[in-house]
Write a protein that binds this ligand. Sequence first.
Ligand code: HEM
Ligand SMILES: *[C@@H]1O[C@H](CO)[C@@H](O)[C@H](O)[C@H]1NC(C)=O
Ligand SMILES: *[C@@H]1O[C@H](CO)[C@@H](O)[C@H](O)[C@H]1NC(C)=O
Ligand SMILES: *[C@@H]1O[C@H](CO)[C@@H](O)[C@H](O)[C@H]1NC(C)=O
Ligand SMILES: *[C@@H]1O[C@H](CO)[C@@H](O)[C@H](O)[C@H]1NC(C)=O
Ligand SMILES: *[C@@H]1O[C@H](CO)[C@@H](O)[C@H](O)[C@H]1NC(C)=O
Ligand SMILES: CC(=O)N[C@H]1CO[C@H](CO)[C@@H](O)[C@@H]1O
Length: 329
Amino acid sequence: MTRKQSHLSMFLLYALVLGVALRTSNAGDLRKNFYKKSCPQAEQLVRDITWSKARTNPALGAKLLRMHFHDCFVKGCDASILLDPVGTNQSEKNAVPNLTLDGYDVIDEIKTQIEQKCAGVVSCADILSLAARDAVSFPFKKAMWDVLTGRRDGNVSLASNVNGNIPSPFSNFGTLAQIFSKKGLNVNDLIVLSGAHTLGVARCGTFSRRLYNFTGKGDSDPSLNATYAASLRTQCPNPANLSTTVELDPQSSTSFDSHYYDILVQNQGLLQSDAVLLANKAAVKIVQGLRSANAFFSEFGKSMKKMGNIEVLTGTAGMIRKQCRVVNS
Ligand code: HEM
Ligand SMILES: *[C@@H]1O[C@H](CO)[C@@H](O)[C@H](O)[C@H]1NC(C)=O
Ligand SMILES: *[C@@H]1O[C@H](CO)[C@@H](O)[C@H](O)[C@H]1NC(C)=O
Ligand SMILES: *[C@@H]1O[C@H](CO)[C@@H](O)[C@H](O)[C@H]1NC(C)=O
Ligand SMILES: *[C@@H]1O[C@H](CO)[C@@H](O)[C@H](O)[C@H]1NC(C)=O
Ligand SMILES: *[C@@H]1O[C@H](CO)[C@@H](O)[C@H](O)[C@H]1NC(C)=O
Ligand SMILES: CC(=O)N[C@H]1CO[C@H](CO)[C@@H](O)[C@@H]1O
């Protein structure tokens, strides 16, 4: 080999190594129908089981969508949210913001059935991403957004990682924008993904300060619609009661639609983190644009794709868990 040739082959080797290194950390590795060859029935199975559960549980879409969000925002979409605590180590699902997370049993059932068909092939992280989409899509009888697959599962889940990564409902606009930007999501994504609050409920304690003691003087939040605030006070007479919940999108909390933005502009955003989405002119303009259902659906799909790409493990990183609640030994 001449000196020139050896330089060239060193360069090629270097490029190859660098290429592989980039590939394993590149979110662009996810693709449509990753399991087409390795487990052709996977996506169909996820959909069938999810739809059969959604038929009798109208809250499932909200539960799985929120679970997917909590997974992706803490250590990336690696199914860390599904891991049970080990010994005295509290896992993500033990952290305070996870109260009322639900739907773990549905993920377990899907995983069990898929393992019977194709053992060790389909990740829990992909199952969660697909099932969240399918549960929300059930009433429409078609997929409401595309889900790319090829994620692998992580091996760590710590309750202490939740803090600072999952935004608090008391956050202001700047804090929300900052938390989202750390995940590669912009202000448009923040406003679009908050539209997930078109589904589901919140416990009184997550917003009662806005009703009773906003600045510590027994007052209510002036940015909250007064008529709506009065109705909320009758629904939450005792904010300390953890089992009392209120619809995030009044009268429309089981339909996936753009109604959330209609109530938002009437100052009826339930959480402070919803209300602050009207913080500036540019944000209000985005909110107004999303009041069209078609615009909301299309934007939601795009932002979900970005959320589903957060710090994913691909290639040979991580593992394919045998059971979603425990790491492989
Ligand atoms: C922007 C920052 C966000 C904050 C501060 C926030 C906060 C909250 C809070 C406090 C609740 C009520 C939980 C409870 O009472 O236990 C909730 C519910 C919910 N969140 Fe968010 N959230 C945010 C963004 C998102 C995103 C990005 C998604 C999904 C893409 C999402 C999906 C949901 C859903 C579906 C529910 C209803 C859950 C149910 O009915 O069980 N949220 N959120
Ligand atoms: C608990 O977490 C610590 C720190 O991440 C780790 O070193 C330890 O092995 C964990 N214990 C168990 C029982 O998993
Ligand atoms: C309202 O908040 C102030 C200041 O935090 C506190 O001293 C007061 O006890 C609160 N009032 C009620 C009724 O909770
Ligand atoms: C708490 O709220 C639930 C549901 O709203 C209600 O059934 C229960 O009676 C309440 N408990 C207390 C102690 O107020
Ligand atoms: C408050 O909500 C009502 C509907 O319940 C609406 O008619 C009114 O315009 C809202 N007020 C403000 C200030 O947004
Ligand atoms: C967890 O995964 C990381 C990176 O994927 C790896 O370095 C580490 O050894 C794994 N830890 C365990 C306990 O499997
Ligand atoms: C569903 C679930 O695991 N919820 C947990 C959330 O966190 C609380 C507080 O640590 C636990 O008690 C719940 O079991």
